[in-house]
Design a protein around this ligand. Structure first.
Ligand code: CP
Ligand code: NVA
Length: 305
């Protein structure tokens, strides 16, 4: 089988995503019925974390175990990576001992360097630029609640961060409209977002206008991991970019609310919205498990017959 990696959303085609969404639906149904599904017996996942995580670690670790495999957790703090061993050397060694690798790190270039010499598939578990596993789970969640996302409108309110960039790539692949509203000075950089050609994205100076009529309103923290030094400045700059009940009213009663979590109630989202009836954040978190199981199975075994 040809070696494939999942480093950013545009690494897969629409047809591959259609397969993955359907496969994740089947894997989720099996799991809910306590039906064993063990295609990855004797396979080992290495998870390398340079940043903190709750959902990503748990969903990958539980996911590979539920598929019959096992997981090894490695962090910067307790590996030689934290003492300056080159990423390429780490990749040579790790990829000779395990079957698949997931990495959460800083610059996307670190992932690319690792994947460049890895003998096994590498998955991006979040970088400064992208969070593809998140948006895969989010699109699965939207589809469960509302059917296909093609032709719908998604509003991104807030920072032009890793999750925003990934939604932008997804808009072109899944052909939905993406309304993006960021404060001045935090606009999307097309090259960093990895978007080329027809983007399906529109920028709105006013976050309320971005949300008007949207089928899905989504946001994320004002300060992502690695940008903590800018926290005070960001709190000032983003204060008008909170998803609140008035904004959800403009979107409409059928609009969903999503947040990749962890969330800060009273900052990027009001408690009323996060804990309210339009919010599907807990489904979103759960679906990381099912979609990543489909992803690992696909990268290791290809499409199920
Ligand atoms: N959404 C997400 O990736 O959560 P963690 O940072 O907890 O992994
Ligand atoms: N944008 C956030 C996502 C956390 C899951 C961050 O990078 O910290």
């Amino acid at each position: 089988m040809k070696l494939r990696h999942y480093l950013q959303f545009r690494d897969f085609s629409r047809a591959e995503y259609d397969y993955l969404l359907e496969r994740a639906r089947w894997i989720k149904a099996q799991f809910k019925q306590y039906q064993p599904h063990h295609p990855l017996v004797d396979r080992t996942l290495a998870m390398i974390f340079e940043k903190q995580s709750t959902r990503t670690r748990l969903s990958f670790e539980a996911g590979v175990q539920q598929l019959g495999g096992s997981a090894i957790f490695l962090s910067t703090r307790d590996t030689q990576l934290g003492r300056g061993e080159p990423v390429e050397d780490m990749a040579q060694v790790v990829s000779r001992m395990v079957d698949i690798v997931m990495i959460r790190t800083f610059e996307q270039s670190i992932l690319e360097r690792f994947a460049g010499v890895s003998r096994v598939p590498v998955i991006n578990g979040l970088s400064n630029e992208y969070h593809p596993c998140q948006v895969l789970g989010d699109i699965f969640t939207f589809t469960e609640h509302r059917g296909p996302i093609q032709g719908r409108t998604v509003a991104w309110i807030g920072d032009s961060n890793n999750v925003c960039n990934t939604w932008m790539q997804a808009a072109a692949i899944f052909e939905f409209k993406l309304h993006v509203s960021t404060p001045p000075g935090y606009e999307v950089e097309a090259e960093r977002a990895g978007i080329y050609g027809k983007t399906h994205c529109e920028h709105f100076a006013d976050p309320m206008e971005a949300a008007r009529g949207a089928d899905l309103v989504t946001t994320d923290v004002w300060t992502s991991m690695g940008f903590e030094a800018e926290d005070a400045e960001r709190k000032r700059d983003f204060s008008d970019w909170q998803v609140d009940a008035d904004m959800m009213k403009l979107a409409g009663p059928d609009a969903l609310f999503m947040h990749c979590l962890p969330a800060h109630r009273g900052e990027e989202v009001s408690a009323e919205v996060l804990d309210g009836p339009q919010s599907v954040v807990w489904d979103e978190a759960e679906n990381r498990l099912h979609t990543q199981k489909a992803l690992m199975e696909f990268l290791l075994l290809g499409k199920a017959a």
